[in-house]
Design a protein around this ligand. Structure first.
Ligand code: HEM
Ligand code: HEM
Length: 192
């Protein structure tokens, strides 16, 4: 396994970013939705602080991922109808936008609520905007609905990955899995 991606495989670093960000974003979104299960206001404050710190970590990981992807490239696309290749590019583009916008909207919500922001009690971060009661509910909805939208796009993303794996029997999912072993008989792009 190599750190960098090549023509056939995603590299270890790209796989690491993909799966750690997927887990963290889904886990943190679920955590956000379950916040009301807290037994006391103090517990809710602690949970929120954790939610925000994990979210900020996701934002930092996404920025590192984008930088890495820029210099790393990607494996060759598996043969597929042109519309499917465009659909995949569009879905990936939308997912990248969402994983940046989700934590940023949380940070924005925290700012218009006039709340302080710390990263794991280690250091403070500045507000992105002034406190604004009129915007508060709207920005909270933006933050929440971005997560629901991510889940919707994810249905298509995971559905496509499974379709490649089960029906096309190609390497699209295998080459993104942490210990995925490639099948040998892939046809170069353009041939059938
Ligand atoms: C929140 C969860 C997820 C997010 C945000 C996400 C995002 C992305 C993005 C942006 C890419 C494009 C990579 C690039 O071109 O740089 C990608 C690739 C990929 N994802 Fe996900 N993903 C998620 C979950 C999943 C899950 C659950 C699966 C599997 C069932 C999956 C399977 C794949 C595969 C197979 C590829 C590679 C596609 C290819 O080689 O063309 N993803 N993902
Ligand atoms: C991985 C990134 C993140 C995801 C997926 C996520 C998702 C969510 C979700 C689904 C909720 C529940 C919304 C509701 O029920 O109203 C929520 C709540 C919240 N999030 Fe995030 N969030 C993320 C990052 C952040 C960040 C970085 C911050 C702040 C810096 C933040 C601040 C908040 C706050 C303050 C709430 C509570 C809203 C309320 O008062 O009901 N989130 N988040």
């Amino acid at each position: 396994m190599s750190l960098r991606s090549n023509d056939r495989q995603w590299g270890t670093v790209a796989k690491f970013f993909h799966w750690i960000i997927a887990l963290a974003i889904l886990g943190n979104g679920t955590f956000g939705l379950l916040m009301d299960l807290a037994h006391s206001p103090m517990q809710k404050i602690n949970w929120l602080a954790l939610h925000k710190s994990i979210g900020l970590t996701v934002l930092a990981l996404v920025l590192l991922r984008v930088l890495w992807r820029w210099g790393d490239g990607r494996p060759r696309e598996e043969p597929a109808p042109r519309w499917q290749q465009w659909a995949a590019r569009l879905t990936h583009g939308v997912l990248y936008v969402l994983i940046v916008a989700l934590p940023l909207s949380g940070w924005w919500f925290n700012s218009v609520s006039g709340k302080p922001l710390q990263w794991f009690k280690l250091f403070n971060l500045p507000a992105l905007a002034e406190k604004n009661d009129a915007l508060r509910d709207l920005v909270r909805d933006v933050h929440e609905y971005l997560f629901w939208f991510l889940l919707l796009v994810l249905v298509a993303h995971v559905g496509a990955a499974l379709k490649h794996h089960v029906f096309d029997n190609d390497n699209v999912l295998r080459r993104m899995l942490p210990f995925g072993r490639l099948r040998n008989h892939t046809t170069p792009q353009g041939e059938s």
